[in-house]
Design a protein around this ligand. Structure first.
Ligand code: SF4
Ligand code: SF4
Length: 249
């Protein structure tokens, strides 16, 4: 597939720590725009733009960050290659993907959807911005297929969540209430919260494989990708053994 050849060439552009300040070839920027524009969703999500700013006025991210969906749409609509590349270094990662903009745009555009296409292109081309933003989140994938991502009541405490800031003291766990609200099997043991069902793991992994999520992970965090592949090779063997046993019975 041409993807790998492209990625190698792109690495030359982004391998330098000065990425973003160094000159980027027009060919590379065209390639990125082609990727975004050729996506089947592009024409659905960009129908024109009045530059009215309604999207930015309703956008929560624009309220807090140096980010404007109007600007993003204008860059794509006018095919401003430098501006598109520049926005992909930081701005596109500010969007909360809430799609308030899409509900309000008089042209029926989806600025949030266009941001998603730009993010996918940033991942595909291994841009440093994608790696630094997504690396911490990619750890969640390992949790999902191994320990699960649940909280048991006794985990909700000030000490367990120092990163929640000083207000964590206001949500200190009312253990009796929480225990009454959770299913009995979970109540008796926290084991169910720490072991993802084998079939679920294998199904989830297969979905990631089929939808290209694993390829994206490989670009963003190769080490974590290797860990997950090794883990899932074992789990798949276990699952095959289980199915064989079922057949024998
Ligand atoms: S989807 Fe993104 S661009 Fe649109 S309103 Fe929400 S945060 Fe803003
Ligand atoms: S994307 Fe829609 S709401 Fe935003 S500036 Fe363009 S026409 Fe206005």
């Amino acid at each position: 597939m041409g993807h790998h050849a492209d990625t190698t060439r792109v690495q030359k552009h982004i391998g330098d720590p000065l990425e973003g300040t160094e000159e980027v070839s027009r060919e590379f920027m065209e390639e990125i725009f082609q990727d975004i524009q050729s996506d089947i969703r592009f024409d659905h999500e960009l129908n024109g733009c009045l530059n009215c700013g309604i999207c930015t006025a309703t956008c929560p991210a624009a309220h807090y960050y140096d980010f404007s969906p109007r600007e993003i749409v204008q860059l794509l609509w006018t095919e401003n290659l430098e501006g598109i590349h520049d926005a992909m270094q930081e701005k596109i990662w500010s969007c909360a993907q809430c799609y308030t903009c899409a509900a309000r745009c008089p042209f029926g555009n989806s600025p949030g959807g266009l941001v998603m296409l730009m993010r996918e292109a940033a991942i595909k081309h291994g841009m440093e911005s994608a790696k630094s933003v997504l690396r911490p989140f990619s750890r969640v994938m390992l949790k999902l297929i191994s320990t699960g991502n649940q909280l048991s009541p006794d985990m909700i405490s000030n000490d367990a969540f120092p990163d929640w800031g000083p207000n964590i003291c206001k949500v200190d766990a009312p253990l009796k209430v929480l225990r009454a609200a959770i299913p009995v099997p979970t109540l008796n043991t926290i084991k169910t919260a720490w072991e993802t069902n084998l079939k679920t793991s294998v199904e989830l992994y297969t979905i990631w494989e089929e939808t290209g999520v694993l390829d994206q992970l490989e670009t963003v965090d190769e080490n974590l990708f290797d860990v997950i592949v090794d883990l899932m090779d074992e789990k798949r063997d276990d699952w095959d053994d289980f199915l064989d046993e079922q057949d024998e019975d």
